[in-house]
Write a protein that binds this ligand. Structure first.
Ligand code: NAD
Length: 516
């Protein structure tokens, strides 16, 4: 492990160089290539999650005041996955009851009947453990007449030493999920958690060396200077989760990509963007509202990359939608949401100031139809709905990444497509409709990292589909087998024998040979 505190030295370019060289040396020994090494590391992660569930929840509470249950359900410890998973973890449900949250159990069961509730990180591990042998197997490929007789296959080989840089908003999940992919694919790695979630970063730096092979899996804590030192090094892949051009330090995705380009290092960039929700008429408005709320405020109080960023609906529908949002928000978070224990706080004062600036812009301040309350001392902002904000307002230009939800209105719902397309390609796009034709038009005309019809954020939980962005919302993808692939090189291998050697292939290229 290479934490600043323990070594009591500055982690500079020289230290980063020594660290990567160490990693490369151990990687060259071939240790990570074995199935046994990979499985043992994955199993240790499950053990770590089991043995330190409380520590993880505590760290998330310290960093973000994340409600315990939200941490458990969404981030580190449990999740529901679709019903094609066979197991049903009764213990987890009982645990929810014991935490006096039967409503959540009902919610899980009613909304996701037959689903499994499991840890998100543990779930990724469980899938990798179950599938690893199959993933590692050479994949048979077809050959053509040109190479006859021959056979071919695709070998997945580890890339080497990889760098994982994660963000603060889901500091445990966004560190561990790519790490699981990198381990499954047999790489050596450095994890650089976000300095904006210091408790989670410190916990990862403490736990990972205790549970994992620290000659091949290292944690470097720190901020810009430490990350820059790491980015100076030659890596075999850089996996970055964070902002592109909208937030905080801004443009970091571009900094990472520029640093990678110097060494021709491939990158996965898991960035953000403005994820729209289109709400059509003729739907079950209460269900739609609840699903929008849980995707927005139920996910880290809007500080999630795939949280709904804004809604577009028709003028006719807007009033009904606002009424429903008000009613359900009050039912979920009470009359004084600033005091609700079910909402995370804003991560720090910079982000608090950024969000209040969006809210206080002249063009926008008169548009608040619900919420708007804030508590600077405790970094809390209430769920806030704005109706009819102009498209040229700041709030519609930047990724919001917080509890503010503007609603735009259009004359006909199809006009929403042009609004979405006038911006950069979002990480996620959501549509609520019963209209088959509208669904098809939406899928055809809106480009986004992922789409969910009649719900929000759930594609994150479906490990058989890739999770990632497109255009400015990112490049590359992960989750499930896609994580393994993200950290593997697909080596093409063609096998030939010494029979069937056609003379046509060799000079001199005479016509006589063609007349064979
Ligand atoms: P952040 O501030 O934690 O930054 C991310 C990482 O970049 C951190 O590890 C940080 O140390 C490092 N970093 C910051 N400035 C740097 C610099 N100048 N040079 C090198 N490294 C630097 O997180 P953030 O950027 O505020 O994260 C929020 C953004 O991330 C949002 O845009 C959100 O949509 C996006 N996000 C995307 C995903 C996804 O899966 N696609 C997930 C979470 C967040």
């Amino acid at each position: 492990m290479a934490t600043k505190e323990e070594e009591n030295t500055v982690f500079d370019v020289k230290a980063a160089n020594v660290l990567t060289q160490e990693l490369r040396d151990v990687f060259a020994s071939g240790k990570t290539r074995s199935y046994e090494w990979r499985i043992s590391q994955l199993k240790s992660i499950v053990k770590m999650c089991d043995e330190h569930e409380e520590d993880i929840v505590d760290a998330l509470r310290l960093d973000l005041s994340k409600p315990q249950l939200e941490s458990i359900v969404y981030e580190s410890v449990m999740m529901w996955v679709p019903h094609y998973s066979l197991a049903f973890d009764l213990m987890d449900i009982l645990r929810l009851f014991s935490m006096r949250k039967p409503c959540l159990v009902q919610f899980c069961l009613a909304g996701y009947s037959g689903n499994e509730i499991l840890t998100m990180v543990k779930n990724s591990c469980a899938l990798a453990i179950k599938e690893l042998k199959r993933w590692m197997m050479p994949e048979k490929a077809k050959t053509t007449l040109t190479t006859f007789p021959s056979s071919a296959e695709i070998l997945s080989e580890p890339l080497g030493a990889v760098l994982i840089i994660s963000a603060w908003n889901y500091p445990f999940l966004l560190s561990m999920d790519p790490l699981i992919g990198a381990i499954a694919a047999g790489n050596a790695m450095v994890l650089k958690p976000s300095e904006l979630a210091p408790a989670s970063s410190a916990l990862l730096a403490k736990l990972l060396p205790e549970y994992l092979d620290c000659s091949l899996i290292k944690v470097v804590e720190g901020a810009v200077s430490e990350t820059s030192a790491l980015l100076e090094q030659k890596w075999d892949k850089i996996f970055y989760t964070g902002s592109s051009s909208f937030l905080g330090n801004g443009r970091v995705g571009r900094i990472v990509m520029a640093a990678a380009a110097k060494h021709l290092t491939p990158v996965v960039l898991e960035l953000g963007g403005k994820s729209p929700v289109v709400v059509d008429s003729g739907i079950d408005i209460q269900i739609a509202t609840r699903r929008i709320i849980v995707g927005k405020w139920g996910c880290n109080n809007g500080q999630a990359c795939i949280s709904p960023d804004y809604i577009i609906t028709t003028k006719d529908c807007a009033e009904k939608l606002v009424d429903s949002l008000k009613k359900e928000l009050e039912a979920f978070y009470g009359k004084n949401p600033l005091e609700s224990k079910d909402l995370s706080r804003i991560v720090n004062s910079n982000h608090f100031a950024r969000l209040t600036k969006l809210l206080d812009e002249d063009k926008v301040s008169g548009k608040i139809v619900y919420g708007g309350e804030r508590d600077e001392a405790n970094l809390r902002i209430a769920p806030t709905i704005l109706l009819g904000v102009p498209q040229n307002s700041l709030i519609m230009k930047e990724e919001i990444f917080g509890p503010l939800l503007p609603i735009l209105t259009v004359s006909k719902i199809e006009d929403s497509f042009d609004i979405i397309k006038s911006g950069t390609k979002p990480l996620a796009a959501y549509l609520f409709t019963n209209n088959k034709k509208l669904k098809e038009q939406f899928l055809m005309s809106v480009s986004a990292g992922g789409v969910v019809i009649n719900d929000t954020t759930l594609h994150l939980a479906v490990h058989s589909v890739p999770f990632g962005g497109v255009g400015e919302s990112g490049m590359g993808s992960y989750h499930g087998k896609f994580s393994f692939d993200a950290f593997s090189h697909k080596k093409a291998v063609v096998y030939r024998s010494f029979v069937g050697d056609a003379s046509l292939r060799y000079p001199p290229y005479t016509l006589g040979k063609l007349r064979l």
